[in-house]
Design a protein around this ligand. Sequence first.
Ligand SMILES: Nc1ncnc2c1ncn2[C@@H]1O[C@H](COP(=O)(O)OP(=O)(O)OP(=O)(O)O)[C@@H](O)[C@H]1O
Ligand SMILES: [Mg+2]
Length: 322
Amino acid sequence: MIQTRELTKHYGSLAALNRLTIDIGAGEVFGFIGPNGAGKTTTMKILSCLIKPDRGTASVAGFDIAKDADQVRRNIGYMPDFLGVYDDLTVDEYLQFFAAAFGITRKNRTAIIGQVLELTDLIFKRHELVDSLSRGMQQRLGVARVLVHDPKVLFLDEPASGLDPRARIEMRSLLQELGKMGKTLLVSSHILSELAEMCTSIGIIERGTLLYSGSIQDAYERTRQRSESGERIGVTLETSGTSASLIAARLASDERIAKAVGDDTARTVVIDIKHIAAGEGGMSHHFIIESIIAAGGRIASFQPEQVRLEDAFLKLTTGAVQ
Ligand SMILES: Nc1ncnc2c1ncn2[C@@H]1O[C@H](COP(=O)(O)OP(=O)(O)OP(=O)(O)O)[C@@H](O)[C@H]1O
Ligand SMILES: [Mg+2]
């Protein structure tokens, strides 16, 4: 549904996008992830026919962005990273405006606007001013706006940015809903975990270059293979008993442990388990507890850490994958 081949865009000497090649199938929710300045917005603008690439080709919904720009525009909805200012417009007027711009007849507009407001859970705000909506509601209105002409493909630039956790969950379920409706979504974010649960696949981009494209499972798998340690555990010790550094030294000599660092002042020990041991599941924690107790330490708290998505992301982007 979306194909790019060697898309390249320079601003002066800066390569904002460097030979980007991706394939996104129909019905996919593709998470486009990268830090600030990675080239996410540039990509979306090129695919929306708002700017032209220097080199490379792309097609969206079967239409070439260079040759069939009008058809591309008809089949896509592009939600920019900020909504803009619409003084004194109500939600209804705002959507009427965009529906009219897409040539939807007045008769059909009311019904369509009702539908998109229903879907984005904003029907109760229909006659409120756009400026009076919360950030989360404005972002959902941004999605409603790109749905009025029922496009096949949606480009959503950072739809979850600046939202509180609850609003983020609501946005996520809205995007999942759109995926179920069969729309193809390209959604950008600089936070991987924001998108992880709702995407069917992801692309990681940094400084204009695609570092990874594929499923989230594969991304995890790769980062796991690359990391020396499988899991990290933080232990806090009670004040009586052996010192943290002594316990750390003892743990470090165990072949199942990659690293153990003790802090005598804070009375904490941070332990990195090798991922071979981590693969044994719950068993991996046991030998640590036994080892600490055998060394005379008394455990006040024991906190296993999950490998966080952000860490996985960092490893992928700094590790020159592929
Ligand atoms: N109109 C422009 N003129 C000059 N440089 C630009 C222009 N637009 C973007 N750039 C540069 O191109 C690079 C990519 O920018 P882009 O906006 O695509 O990044 P992004 O991934 O969307 O970042 P962010 O997460 O901050 O939104 C950046 O280094 C940016 O400074
Ligand atoms: Mg951007």
